[in-house]
Design a protein around this ligand. Structure first.
Ligand code: IVH
Length: 723
């Protein structure tokens, strides 16, 4: 049978929808540390995509989520290319999956010793030691390029700055997981509560948020730990005697001696039965250990065999992650209510009797849409099964039908917006979701837009969290029923005036926040209580908010664009638009056709932008922001031209006008790839003073070599400028 040259349109459509969804969830998980679906649901999406691609192999692209890991970095941290990629792992969910994996290995390379170690629920980092000194710590990023978080890594006490050996490797990359131990996490959240700061949802989010702090002093306050689970690049000085590791076990022993934390309760299994015993045994004590685990990782111990088995672009063939099934508990479903999202989408969620599951108390769970409520067959008043797959987002699994009393009732989707009362309708015929069309005045939508603009991927205003946004734009919704304070007019009627907030305007604003059991507590947040001799004064948090709003005014244009909540305009499109047009004004004036020609924009986004600017209150937001000094243009610096689009450049040795990271940044900013090793695919090799083997390699392979002046020309004008 020959392969179909093209997949049917329906399959193409399904593929696009699945990949879009997965990318969104990856961004939510990896970039914002705020996943919106449970790990189990995410895994199910990946499996659907894998099945679709298996059926229609023509659909597979190099950047399909089945071929890639994590999410590309989009933060302010400097991008760094890992010397060797950080791969992910394929998953096994049952004994059958494991047996199939082990069977493939046995057929290919015979029976093997298998290391079984905890799968730590943290975030992957890559540490680079040169001559025994820790020179860099980076996050995983997309597996190839991560974020440079060296100053933050330096604050983690268990990470040695120098390896405890007189003869270290010339270069050693170690990979591991940064995590927060359960006891430390609980203490951290108690401290956050005492400081009236939002609590972390779980240790993983706390670790990710803490590692990616822009101020290392903040990271230093957080109880981060590390466990190493692998080695990346490794170079020895041949003149120095060094260990020859033939197994992972041996490498761990050396790393341990050198002061690096490695797994201590690892088991070496001779076959899959022993692996399974280890998994079952560990599963009984899953939540008893010092740190949260979400599974076990099984690895072929022999390095030579690892090399023979190799890897796909996504994961090694010599290792697999077994994921424990999510824990399930039962509780009472008290009510089903609806919430209104940033774009007006109305989604039902479950309100339950608080119940502990997988290490935290759960009271709410999303139900996605009315179809989901029907599919699950849950009634208000039911006893329901709840789980937290991957210890993140709680979900209602199903009702326990046998426990029904007869007084349960069906949920009916409201016909009107619970926040503003507008009639709900699908955005277009046939849509499953209902929306509130009142984007201009619906306070629930305004709150969501304000939260969005303050989020890390947007204008990054840390003090503008959810409760604060509610207090500013929808105070009645924040106040619990029966609270003694008076109804108050919101300080903000939409996001237009956000940059005009003054400490004075916040004087009477009350911030309500749920305590750990979900009860609402009032916090006198913006101004202190007047005491005898002391008049009321703005609190530290108020000053922080005002300061951060001031700083947010000079964020780059692309962030401002994302902050406007224009449909379909996320960071990628916004960056491209910012670079192409240079100012908000120029984008507003551009025609749909002009917008659509920008690389990464296209007709749908272009139409959405034109539509958005046609709305008078949208334009009013832009005007108020600009009047408040929001950087609506790239400033005097002209937009950086994408002179290196599609080119791979290696910089080696020291340049006088660029730091190493500065040179990389300059390449990436212009659309190029900053590679760290020279290959046939390298387009240019920039050679500074003291360059060594890479320059030789470039000559050997006949790759074009540039000095610093040539590099500057290349940056400014692309390859044409070199002629
Ligand atoms: S080994 C070549 N061992 O889980 C890939 N990974 O879901 C080597 N993880 O990307 C990974 N604990 O970040 C390995 N004991 C462990 C781990 C572990 C947690 C993470 C790692 C990996 C991810 C895959």
């Amino acid at each position: 049978m020959t392969e179909p040259p093209q997949a049917p349109t329906a399959a193409q459509q399904a593929w696009r929808e699945l990949t879009d969804q997965i990318r969104l969830h990856r961004a939510a998980y990896y970039l914002r540390d705020a996943p919106v679906i449970a790990d189990g649901e995410y895994d199910a999406l990946i499996r659907q995509l894998e099945a679709l691609e298996a059926r229609y192999p023509v659909l597979v692209t190099p950047d399909s989520p089945t071929q890639t890991v994590g999410a590309p970095p989009v933060t302010d941290f400097t991008p760094v290319r890992h010397r060797e990629p950080l791969l992910s792992l394929d998953n096994a969910f049952n004994l059958g999956d494991l047996t199939a994996w082990a069977g493939r290995i046995e057929r290919e390379v015979g029976s093997q010793m298998l290391g079984c170690e905890a799968k730590i629920d943290g975030l992957a980092v890559n540490l680079t030691y040169v001559d025994g000194h820790l020179v860099r710590g980076a996050t995983r990023g997309d597996g190839r390029v991560g974020e440079d978080v060296t100053p933050n890594i330096h604050t983690i006490p268990t990470i040695p700055l120098r390896l405890a050996t007189p003869s270290p490797p010339k270069v050693l990359e170690v990979r591991g997981e940064v995590y927060i131990a359960v006891a430390d996490f609980e203490r951290l959240n108690r401290e956050m509560a005492a400081a009236e700061r939002p609590l972390f949802a779980n240790p993983r989010n706390a670790a990710a948020g803490s590692l990616r702090q822009k101020n290392p002093e903040t990271t230093a306050q957080r109880p981060l730990s590390l466990l190493i689970h692998g080695i990346g690049a490794l170079e020895w000085d041949d003149a120095v005697p060094h260990p020859e590791w033939s197994t992972q076990t041996e490498s761990y022993a050396s790393l341990r001696e050198w002061g690096l934390p490695v797994p201590e309760d690892r088991i070496l299994a001779a076959d899959i039965e022993q692996v399974w015993d280890a998994i079952v045994e560990r599963g009984k004590h899953r939540h008893d250990g010092a740190f949260e685990i979400d599974g076990m990782v099984i690895k072929v111990d022999d390095f030579a065999v690892q090399r023979t088995l190799g890897a796909t672009s996504r994961a090694p063939r010599w290792a697999i992650a077994f994921k424990y099934p999510p824990e399930e508990v039962t509780t009472k479903l008290i009510d089903i209510r609806v919430q209104v999202g940033r774009t007006g989408r109305v989604t039902p969620f479950a309100v339950m009797d608080p119940v502990r599951v997988a290490g935290s108390t759960v009271r709410f769970a999303t139900l996605h849409n009315r179809g989901e409520v029907e599919r699950k067959g849950v009634l208000i008043g039911d006893t329901v099964i709840v789980r937290k797959a991957g210890d993140v987002i709680p979900e209602v699994v199903a009702p326990v039908v046998d426990l029904r009393q007869g007084d349960e009732r069906e949920f009916t989707m409201p016909t009107h917006c619970p926040s503003c009362g507008a009639a709900l309708a699908p955005a277009k015929q046939g849509d499953a979701d209902l929306r509130c069309p009142n984007a201009e005045f619906c306070r629930a939508q305004i709150v969501e837009r304000i939260v969005h603009l303050g989020s890390r991927g947007c204008l990054d205003i840390e003090a503008l969290g959810y409760e604060t946004a509610v207090a500013l734009a929808d105070p009645d919704a924040g106040r619990p029923e029966g609270a003694e304070s008076e109804a108050a007019a919101p300080v903000l009627t939409n996001e237009a005036d956000i940059f005009w907030l003054s400490a004075e305007a916040l004087r009477d604003v009350e911030v309500w926040r749920a305590d750990r059991d979900g009860r609402m507590e009032r916090r006198l947040y913006f101004w202190s209580k007047p005491a005898k001799a002391k008049p009321s004064r703005p609190t530290q948090n108020t000053l922080l908010l005002i300061d951060q709003l001031a700083a947010a005014r000079s964020r780059p244009l692309w962030r401002v664009l994302v902050a406007l909540s224009i449909r379909h305009v996320g960071p990628t499109a916004a960056r491209a638009l910012g670079a192409a047009f240079g100012s908000l004004e120029a984008i507003r004036k551009a025609t749909q056709a002009q917008l659509a020609t920008v690389d990464g924009v296209g007709p749908v986004i272009a139409a959405s932008i034109v539509d958005w600017f046609e709305v008078p209150w949208h334009r009013a937001i832009c005007e108020r922001w600009e009047a408040a000094g929001v950087a609506a243009s790239q400033g005097d610096a002209p937009a950086v031209k994408r002179t290196l689009a599609g080119l791979t450049v290696v910089v080696t040795g020291t340049l006088s006008g660029f730091s190493r990271d500065g040179a990389k940044e300059a390449i990436i900013e212009r659309g190029g790839k900053a590679a760290s090793s020279v290959s046939k695919r390298t387009d240019y090799v920039v050679v500074g003073s003291g360059a060594g083997s890479k320059a030789d390699k470039a000559r050997e392979l006949g790759r074009p070599i540039l000095d610093e002046a040539g590099f500057e020309k290349l940056l400014a004008g692309g390859p044409d400028a070199l002629n």
